[in-house]
Ligand binder design. Structure first.
Ligand code: ATR
Length: 279
């Protein structure tokens, strides 16, 4: 743990609950590697105290905060500046201290963009299948559109919910999981955004049908525990490339840290961090 003194900068996470978060471990390790005098702590904040919490954090001189469930949308009312991507996505997960208040960012978006780049997955002009329509999928959808995906097929357990989040447009179709059969033949990038297959439910897989996986050329499963989900195994067994969500998690944290500290994290430190978290 870092030495704490009068110059220590405080970072943290606000959410409800926060007990299971990995963020303090990642950020404190990152701060140590960067040689920064920083400490990152979780704050359990109930929805009705969110405004007080943000004001209090600012008054206490807190340098930056991550924001998690259930505050990612509500918190947008309490920032003094908003990054364009966060505004378009409609969710903020990072607050960076500025003069007079916090600026809000969405680093699920930047983390996902960096992950695609790292995995050498080129989205421009490609067709994509998105499984799930939860919190993280909003940032994923925004990134896919911004990168120039041709057609995006969203499949979700609740079709109504997916429709209310995304709405069918010219290049977005929405359906239930069995509707994968309606997707035209071809090779697709697939982003697995549901929580199905997450430990301890390791044996679960969102689409069991083997033929589905013939459609997949490359895939990212946002789940990082287990390291290889059944979904990833199936993609690989059918000749596709598959990545878990650990890099996205690391890049998301690194992007937040960069906004907090207003400095870049070198590639070698990101690699070290990733390798330590992967071991
Ligand atoms: P996150 O914020 O991580 O995206 P979330 O908002 O809870 O998490 O979303 C979880 C996603 O997993 C949703 O797409 C959810 O489907 P619904 O929108 O229909 O609820 C999906 N999901 C969770 N459990 C599921 C299950 N047993 N079968 C199919 N989909 C499931």
């Amino acid at each position: 743990m870092n030495h704490i003194d009068g110059n220590t900068k405080i970072l943290g996470l606000i959410g409800d609950p926060v007990e299971h978060t990995k963020s303090p471990a990642i950020h404190n390790l990152l701060a140590e590697k960067m040689g920064d005098n920083v400490v990152y702590v979780p704050f359990h904040v109930k929805a009705k105290r969110l405004e007080d919490a943000i004001e209090g954090a600012y008054a206490l001189g807190i340098e930056g905060l991550n924001v998690t469930v259930p505050h990612k949308v509500e918190v947008m009312q309490y920032v003094t500046e908003l990054d364009d991507a966060a505004l378009d996505i409609g969710a903020v997960n990072t607050l960076s201290r500025t003069r007079g208040g916090y600026r809000g960012y969405n680093t699920d978006f930047s983390g996902f963009m960096r992950e695609l780049d790292n995995a050498d997955i080129q989205v421009n002009g490609k067709n994509v299948i998105m499984l799930g329509a939860g919190g993280a999928s909003k940032a994923v959808m925004y990134a896919l559109k911004r990168l120039g995906a041709k057609q995006i097929h969203v499949l979700n357990r609740s079709v109504e919910k997916a429709e209310s989040i995304f709405g069918s447009t010219e290049n977005v179709t929405i359906g239930g999981f069995p509707d994968w059969k309606k997707i035209p033949d071809g090779k697709y990038i697939c982003i697995q955004c549901t929580s199905v297959g997450l430990s301890p439910d390791d044996e679960a897989c969102v689409i069991e049908d083997e033929e589905f996986y013939d459609l997949i050329e490359s895939a990212v499963d946002l789940i990082y525990k287990p390291r290889e989900t059944v979904f990833m195994k199936k993609v690989r067994a059918h000749g596709g490339k598959a990545y878990n969500g650990l890099r996205m998690l690391v890049y998301q944290a690194v992007s937040s840290y960069e906004f907090f500290m207003k400095q870049e994290v070198p590639e070698e430190i990101i690699e070290e961090l990733y390798n330590e978290l992967d071991s």
